[in-house]
Design a protein around this ligand. Structure first.
Ligand code: KG4
Ligand code: ZN
Length: 336
């Protein structure tokens, strides 16, 4: 069978990324132009700056992705692009670019949900992985537990009722004086810290598989502010470790419940927070103890990239799910 080559574009937040993916599973190129250093100056992503930077970089990034894969636009079978959720101005840059290429080269256009992309990073990492499985998606904007019934077919089991896990990490990190994005920095600080220093609540929202991080975050912020008011030096590493433990325990507990009750034997992790060292170690230990298959993308595939979008696009293309040239960015696009 002839190979299917997809050029994928991702620009939903602060990375301008393009990738050429073969048959949904093999990365021929993966180019990421990160804006993190720029946004760090402001302590978070500035949407207007993100859009401008995407416009500046996107052609370069695509040219590089084609060159690295040693292909031209004429070799492609389709264009895949993230059209939501994300920052509208940022998304629009990728969507407009993808539509222009699809129109000019008469190629099919596939719109991809950003979170479906994160889930699909697992197909690249684990070539034999097939649905059904349970997937814990934890990123800066999402904390979802989903049952992946088939390619592109999801049942939402649970989600955060307030903050996303990554958002909670970033806010806690800020109190500890760490810059954006705080998650990885907080995790680094937590190494060697005493994770029992600060007892934190493990909230149980009504939904059986739902998460809540807002109460946990507030308890953490209050404890830090109280210490500061008393003039005490913050035991930063211990606080970071306690916070990380509380978030990871909650994620593991809910994921285990969902996996057990689903009757399935495979759990996948996806999204930026799945790069977290403690989450990966704790899940690995649980998998060994309980005998389920744990799949997680390599660290560089956990955070935003276009290869994962190319994988998701392949399975949409296979089902004939094409986007019209009127495709628009949808900042709050739902997964199911
Ligand atoms: O998936 P992602 O790259 O972008 C979104 O789609 O949101 O996720 C970014 C989020 C940020 O909140 C970042 O702090 C968090 O993932 N993150 C981490 C780690 N690496 C990234 N959180 C905790 N530990 C990490 N090692
Ligand atoms: Zn993401």
């Amino acid at each position: 069978m002839k190979d299917t080559l997809i050029l994928a574009i991702e620009s939903s937040c602060d990375e301008t990324a393009a990738s050429v993916v073969k048959n949904g599973r093999t990365i021929l190129s993966n180019v990421i132009s990160s804006q993190i250093a720029l946004h760090t100056l402001y302590g978070g992503v500035v949407p207007e700056i993100a859009s401008r930077k995407h416009i500046e970089k996107i052609n370069q990034v695509i040219e590089q992705a084609l060159a690295d894969a040693d292909v031209t636009l004429d070799d492609l079978d389709a264009i895949g692009v993230t059209y939501g959720p994300g920052l509208v101005g940022a998304l629009l840059v990728g969507v407009a670019e993808a539509k222009a290429i699809a129109y000019a080269k008469k190629l099919p256009l596939v719109g991809v949900h950003h979170i479906e992309g994160h889930v699909s990073a697992n197909y690249i990492e684990h070539p034999d992985l097939e649905p059904p499985f349970v997937c814990l998606v934890v990123s800066g904007g999402h904390s979802h537990l989903t049952r992946v019934n088939a390619y592109g077919d999801y049942t939402l089991l649970g989600q955060t009722v307030d903050d996303a896990a990554g958002e909670a990490f970033d806010k806690a990190a800020r109190v500890l004086g760490l810059n954006y994005p705080g998650g990885p920095l907080l995790s680094k600080l937590a190494e060697g810290g005493d994770d029992t220093c600060l007892p934190l609540p493990h909230p149980h929202p009504d939904g059986r598989y739902d998460f809540s991080f807002s109460g946990l975050k507030t308890a953490f912020l209050n404890a830090c502010h109280k210490m500061e008011q008393k003039g005490e030096a913050l035991p930063r590493a211990d606080l970071a470790a306690s916070f990380e433990r509380a978030v990871v325990d909650t994620l593991c507990e809910r994921a285990m419940l969902a996996l057990e009750e689903s009757g399935l034997h495979t759990l996948c992790l996806a999204g930026g927070v799945s790069a977290n060292r403690r989450l990966r170690a704790q899940m690995t230990a649980l998998a060994a103890k309980r005998g389920f298959r744990l799949c997680m993308p390599d660290l560089w595939l956990c955070t935003d990239n276009a290869a994962m979008i190319g994988s998701a696009a392949y399975y949409r293309l296979r089902k004939g799910e094409l986007a019209p040239l009127s495709l628009n960015a949808v900042p709050s696009l739902a997964l199911v």
